[in-house]
Design a protein around this ligand. Structure first.
Ligand code: ZN
Length: 215
């Protein structure tokens, strides 16, 4: 999930030590830099349980997939030249709090989460088809394939609050963006032609004047 919070500023000032760790509002906060913090809510261990990842391996992998989803958003935020403020993870999922951008930026950022977790789904399918049946294969199947696949599908549902709300507008926005870029290029080409026409006309007038002066 992604959340826009354009005016949010870090709520502390002064020198902040790198990798500072403290508890705030029921969250274990890991401050990785002055501007970016990871906020892990006490309810976070419920997330793997909700997604039926109850064995130690599947439990840990479900948390990894959730973190990868949120970091995926953060990477696209950076790529779009915007800033991530916080990554929050809790029992119901997570949020990447970031600087608000244009609709096209927001659509790309919305895709960042599911695209980051997709390779884990592919690896999960590949590993479970090669590994012999057993505890590890079961854990990989439940976490990387079932829970991960459900997360991807759920997040792409186009309802407000989920990534799908903004993600599916990407294709329309890219088309309009391309059309706008082409229109801009056409306008410049038109101006360019008009300028050369003016120069050519001036040259002809000058040549005509020179010819008349010679006679
Ligand atoms: Zn998301």
């Amino acid at each position: 999930m992604t959340e826009r919070e354009g005016t949010r500023e870090p709520c502390y000032a002064g020198d902040v030590a790198r990798m500072q760790s403290f508890v705030e509002g029921g969250c274990w906060v890991i401050q990785t830099s002055e501007r970016l913090r990871f906020e892990l809510h006490w309810s976070l261990p419920l997330f793997p349980i909700f997604t039926r990842c109850a064995t130690p391996i599947s439990f840990a992998l479900a948390l990894v997939v959730l973190a990868v989803h949120e970091v995926g958003h953060a990477i696209v935020v950076r790529w779009r030249g915007l800033e991530t403020y916080a990554i929050r993870m809790h029992g119901m999922g997570g949020h990447c709090l970031h600087e608000g951008g244009r609709p096209l930026d927001e659509a790309w950022i919305a895709w960042g989460g599911v695209l980051a977790q997709l390779p884990f789904f592919v690896v999960g399918v590949a590993l479970t088809s090669y590994l012999p049946p057993g505890r590890i294969a079961d854990a990989l199947w439940v976490s990387l394939v079932l829970a991960n696949g459900m997360m991807i599908a759920f997040n792409l549902v186009p309802i407000r609050g989920l990534d799908g709300w903004k993600a599916w507008s990407l294709f329309r926005l890219l088309r309009t963006d391309r059309a706008a870029t082409k229109a801009r290029a056409d306008r410049w080409a038109e101006k360019d032609r008009a300028m050369w026409d003016t120069i050519e006309a001036a040259k002809k007038r000058q040549a005509e004047r020179d010819r008349q002066n010679l006679h």
